[in-house]
Design a binder for this molecule. Structure first.
Ligand code: EPU
Length: 338
């Protein structure tokens, strides 16, 4: 285990705010995790597992404890019948896995190209974009169980995946160390998402997974702020899933409000919060001090250099209150607080 003392949380998270973490433990094998947890226990300190920090809001007061980073390595591809399985360590950069899979002409991860973060965090919030959720390709997840100190394999069903949610999001005692994905060798393009389809008319043939991944990275680069310049965690809130009745009532007032009936429960409708923020509340680019809703995508919160977590929290609460007042919908954050 590699241990660092007094590390600014702003350097560990893409929102780039927050005070200091007392310790950060880099763990590349099970013994490292055991050592990090023993270190915390001996000092009576709490611990918290952080991956790439791309979906976490760190508090200004910092974290008086041990940040555990499970940075397991490895990316092993094997042919299984008509498919390819790949077992990937939690510390591999997500987009490197996507790139390697499309270079190998495999299908399944291309729509998730360009998402920041590490492989170990992907199942936690069941990352998704452009019509794909990572849970579609996961076979199993191996975790270090901090109670029994053993490695346990979770089947896909045990992971209890749903929209931006999983068993792991609510059970931090299980630290993800590797994830196994099932990828297709046969063409399996999913290009029905409007942003992607629009590109087809513009010269892209969208016939290989590599080409789709490239197109998606391009779309993302136009829609998301540059992480080199500002702090962001992508979508700050989840898209709300509301009842058919609530949706019908809102549609009466706003006939163009998009809605997507949920496959798993047809009486529920997912509505794009970006649309509500844009067309009902006119909050595109809304700014308070160093925090704002991105001009090109109001669901994306942007924190300028020197913004604080306190500012972000009150800004986000204000947005949630405005949505509640205008629509009656209680929105939930996608970003997790450390
Ligand atoms: N819209 C507007 N105005 C805008 C932008 C969007 O009205 O300025 C409306 C449009 O109707 C558009 C809809 O909102 O069709 C949805 O927008 P978009 O396609 O940009 O996606 P999103 O619902 O805001 C979700 C994910 C993103 C993912 C994109 C693309 C969540 C919380 N967010 O955003 O994931 O990249 O779809 O698939 O589900 C993330 O989770 O951090 C994330 C970035």
């Amino acid at each position: 285990m590699e241990l660092f003392e007094s590390v600014p949380l702003a350097t560990l998270t893409t929102l780039k705010v927050g005070g200091t973490a007392s310790y950060v433990a880099l763990c590349r094998k099970n013994d490292d995790i055991e050592a990090a947890l023993a270190f915390a226990r001996e000092r009576g300190l709490p611990w918290y597992v952080l991956g790439g920090g791309s979906n976490v809001l760190a508090p200004d007061e910092g974290f008086h404890g041990v940040i555990v980073r499970a940075l397991f390595e490895g990316m092993v591809f094997r042919n299984v019948d008509e498919r390819v399985e790949v077992e990937v360590g939690s510390g591999i950069v997500w987009d490197e896995l996507v790139q390697e899979s499309v270079e190998r002409k495999l299908w399944g991860l291309e729509n998730l190209a360009g998402i920041p973060g590490l492989v170990g965090a992907a199942p936690v919030q069941n990352i998704g974009a452009y019509g794909a959720d990572v849970s579609n390709t996961i076979i199993h997840v191996d975790v270090f169980d901090t109670s029994s100190k053993k490695v346990i394999r979770f089947s896909k069903e045990q992971c209890a995946f749903s929209y931006r949610d999983s068993f792991f999001k609510h059970n931090p005692a299980f630290i993800i160390i590797s994830v196994c994905f099932s990828l297709s060798v046969k063409d399996a393009p999913h290009i029905e998402y409007p942003d992607i389809l629009a590109r087809k008319g513009q010269g892209s043939t969208l016939t290989t997974s590599k080409e789709i991944a490239e197109v998606i990275r391009e779309i993302r680069s136009k829609k998301f702020p540059d992480l080199v310049l500002v702090g962001t965690a992508g979508s700050f809130f989840k898209n709300p899933i509301i009842s058919e009745e609530t949706y019908a009532a809102l549609r009466a007032a706003y006939p163009e409000l998009p809605g997507f009936p949920q496959a798993e429960n047809k009486t529920k409708v997912k509505v794009p919060l970006a649309w509500i923020l844009d067309h009902i509340l006119h909050l595109r680019g809304y700014t308070k001090g160093l925090v704002r809703l991105f001009e090109k995508q109001p669901l994306v919160l942007v924190a300028e250099h020197n913004a604080t977590a306190t500012e972000i929290n009150s800004f986000a609460d204000e947005i949630a209150a405005k949505v509640k007042e205008a629509t009656g919908i209680q929105i939930e954050r996608e970003v997790q607080s450390l």
